[in-house]
Ligand binder design. Sequence first.
Ligand SMILES: [Zn+2]
Ligand SMILES: [Zn+2]
Ligand SMILES: [Zn+2]
Length: 328
Amino acid sequence: MPFGGMASSEPDPDPPLSGLAPDEAFALLGSDTRLAIVRALWDAGAHHTFDDVDDDAGTVAFSDLQHAVSVRDNGQFNYHLSRLVPQLVTQTADGYRLSGAGKAVARSIATVTGESLFADERDLERPCPICGGRLTAEYDDQWLRVTCDSCPGSFGELGHEGTVYNAPFPPAGLEDRTPDEALTVGLRRCMLDAAYLVRRICRECAGAVSASVSVCEGHDPEEGYCGSCGTPYAVWGDVRCDTCRFAKRLPVEVFAMGLTPVIAFCHDHGVDLLTPTLDDLEAVEAGFETDVSHDPLRIDVTISAGDEFLAVAFDDTLSPLAIERQLE
Ligand SMILES: [Zn+2]
Ligand SMILES: [Zn+2]
Ligand SMILES: [Zn+2]
């Protein structure tokens, strides 16, 4: 079964945009006419339809494209179009289409646009997993946040008061979804993020990510929250992609939940970590115990369920050192 997409029998006609510095790539799009050309090709569907296996792509003829962007002057139109070829626009015998990079640029614009259906706060039907209080969803600046009105939430002082979920969320993900459904999708995305990032792969650009941990020495979570770090968690993992700047700061326990043996262990005990509810995550979290030792720094995360436990050890770059499953 193919997963990465078939290799084309013809040589790739698109020279990579990767040869450009970011400044040059931004400059390519630094004109209303060039943005209009990218948009017209996108609106016409002039690009490969499938991103994995596709030998066929529609095109738009020169005169139709000029008409679509309403530039009368041939020379001026030709100048702007030629600046986009070959990096963002591919010229073929039949006309023009978006290159792979051009489609990616258009997709990212389509991804961040759209109406926000959460202009006002919306209540969730499900209650807070911590205290049973009322949960509310808000959407602002591409972030979805779910907060409880009756408890400090699960992030402590690191998040807005009462936060139980907080993450970037594309507007398209809110379309035709209730706040409860949006939260379900958000939790699944979060677990998939953890699975990618703990394997050092950026979810957005496929680049390598760097990781470090921050440890609260003398962590003492009185009534759930520590006086020093203000959160319930002693160890947080910081993972960043230097290329596209995708970055996540999550408790080390969440990164552990991205590892296959942990997913298998929890599945054996009735929880699918790739499709969890907030209650599932609360139940799994109740079985976690995390210890830190020094010289060298080592973080031991132990998960108990039923009569067995699974121990995962991480180093200071969030690399798993050892994973061991045992009966208690
Ligand atoms: Zn609550
Ligand atoms: Zn990236
Ligand atoms: Zn602490």
